[in-house]
Design a protein around this ligand. Structure first.
Ligand SMILES: [Fe+2]
Length: 184
């Protein structure tokens, strides 16, 4: 399964610019995490890119989110590792992530939303102006981007062995590298 085919499928199913950008950010952070852990960068990147593919179809049925997407991906012939990582990533199901890929997607993609929110409050609204320290500060300020689930992100330490600082550093750099695609 190539990245091109994955992106084509994403564009068939996802139409909102905000969701597409979240998926591109998730691809970038998953690629960076794969490099960090010496894992298959292409596989991890695609998992990030497609993980919310059913987001728009499950807006009113969040309990279906990720189950429908995983089924589509399975039908389309995506690698079982990707299908399973997508299926378990919806915290609502309470499925314990098992592989490193599943764990990374489960706890790390949530942070992309906080990083985007940090860019929005910069005077120039650019990711380039965001620093690791300011993301950390905003992480502690629970009223800032309140929809971002800090509890999930905090699990990264026990799940994939990265401190919050390390995780922010890796994700921020990865997102800065694709800032134009994110419109930031
Ligand atoms: Fe997501």
């Amino acid at each position: 399964m190539s990245r091109d085919i994955a992106w084509q499928l994403v564009q068939e199913k996802v139409h909102k610019d905000f969701t597409l950008k979240h998926l591109l950010a998730s691809e970038a952070i998953m690629r960076a995490l794969a490099r960090h852990f010496n894992q298959d960068e292409e596989l991890w990147g695609i998992a990030g890119l497609v993980h919310d593919i059913d987001w728009e179809q499950t807006e009113t049925t969040p309990e279906q989110h990720s189950l429908i997407g995983a089924e589509w991906l399975k039908q389309a012939g995506f690698a079982p590792d990707i299908v399973e990582a997508v299926r378990v990533h919806n915290h609502m199901h309470g499925i314990e992530p098992k592989t490193l890929l599943e764990k990374a997607l489960w706890c790390a993609e949530e942070l992309t939303g906080l990083i985007v929110a940090c860019a929005f409050v910069q005077p120039d609204k650019k990711l380039a102006s965001v620093k690791t320290s300011s993301v950390k500060k905003k992480f502690k300020d629970k009223s800032f981007a309140a929809g971002v689930n800090r509890e999930i992100i905090s699990k990264c330490e026990e799940m994939i062995g990265l401190t919050l600082d390390q995780l922010i550093e890796i994700e921020l750099k990865a997102m800065q590298a694709i800032a134009p695609s994110l419109g930031l």
